[in-house]
Design a binder for this molecule. Sequence first.
Ligand code: GUN
Ligand code: FE
Length: 437
Amino acid sequence: MNSTLLRGRMLSFVRWPETIDDHSAWRYEEDGGLVISDGKIVASGAYADVEKQAGEGAKKIDHRPHLLLPGFIDTHVHFPQMQVIASYGAELLDWLNTYTFPEETKFANAQHGRRIARLFLDEMVRHGTTTVAAYCSVHKASAEAFFAESHDRNMLNIAGKVMMDRNAPEGVLDTPQSGYDDTKALIREWHGKGRQHYAITPRFAITSSPEQMEMAGALCREHPDLHMQTHLSENHAEIAFTQQLYPWSRDYTDVYEHYGLLGKNSLFGHCIHLSEREADALSESGSVAVFCPTSNLFLGSGLFDYQRFRRREKSLRIAAATDVGGGTNYSMLRTMDEGYKVIALNGEKLNPFQSFWQITRGNAEALSVAGKIGTLDQGTDADIVVLDARATPAMRLRMETAQTLAQELFLLQTLGDDRAVREVYVAGRAAKSDMAN
Ligand code: GUN
Ligand code: FE
C-alpha cells in the first residue's frame, strides 16, 4: 500500500464555534499527522500516534510550521466569468447584459470552454479551494468541459449547465425542452462519475419562462438527491422585475417555492433582501442561503445579514462563496475578509474560528457532503490545504506579534491570498506543486 504521511500543525472543525474560546468546536494538533492512502485520510491525530500507522514505506512530508486544514469549499461560482471579473461600473442587471451574457456566448465554442475550465480549476487549486459548486454557461459543452477537467483532476465538484430561455441574447438561450434534455443527458453522463455531482441550475427567475421553471421542478422531483442552485433576492431592480414576470407571487422566494425548488439540496445565491416570510420559507425547507460578500459589495447589491440569519428562531443554513465573476477574488481567505467587513457593517463580528469553520466544514455541511470533505477526519477524502501565515514580508512582520491561533487565523484571513497557500492536496495528490512544475 502506497501511503503518504503528512506532518504539520493541524486544524479542523467539529461544529460551529460559538465563541473564540469554544475549544471543543475544533481539533487542533500542534504536531499533527495525517496518513493518506488511496485518496483518503486513513489516520488523523497527533503525529506520534499516527506515525505508527503509516507503514514502513510511507512517503513523509513535513509541512511544519505551516497549518494543515481541510481544503476550502466555494459554494457559488461561475466558471465562464473568468474574463468578466473586474468589469467596471454596473449594477446586477446592467452587468449581466453588458458584460456577462455576451461573454458567456463564447462558450458555444467547446474549445473555449475547455480552455477556461482548465484555467479555472488551476486557479481554484492555486487558492486552496478543492471543491466548488459551479455554474457553467447555457451550453451543454461548457458543462462537459468542466466535468471532464474536474474528473481528470479527481476533484469533488458540483456543477450544472444554466437553464435560461428568456431575457438574454439568443446566443445564451436554450428552450424548456432543450434545457431539460441537455440536463438529463449531463446527469446521465456525469453525476456520480468519480467525484462529480450534477446540480440542476435554473439561472434565476428572470431568465427562465414559467415553462422552464416547470421543467426545473420536474428535474428536481425526478432527481431528489441532486443539488439545485440559483440566485435569489440579490438586487432591488431584479426583485421588482421578478415581481412583474410572476405577478401572482407573494415574493421572490414564492416563485421558486411554487415550482418546487426549495429543499435541503437547494442553494440560493445572495438572499440579501429577504422578508421574514421568505427567510421562514427557506428555513422550513432546509434550503441554503449563500453569502457572496465580494460580489455583493462589488455590484453594490447590499449587506447579507449573516448573524441575524443564524440567530433567528427559524435559523438559516448558510454557505459562503466567491461568486466570481460578480465576485472579485478567487480566494476564500479574501472572501471571508470582505465577509467580516460586511458583518461589521451590520454591527456584528464573525470570529476567525467561525470564518474558517464556514469555508471548510460549514460549507461542506451546507452542500450535504460533510461525510466526505470539509474535515480532516479519518475515512474522509484527502482534500487538504497547507497555509503559511508568514507568506509575505508584511505577514511575517505581523506574525512577530501574533500569539494565539485565533490571531494567526485572523491574520491569514485579513492579509492572506494564494501566496499563503503552500500546498494543496486533491484526493491525496499534491496538486499545487504539481501545477507549478
Ligand atoms: N443573477 C443571475 N445570474 C447571475 C450571475 O451570473 N451573477 C450574479 N452575481 N448574479 C446573477
Ligand atoms: Fe452568481
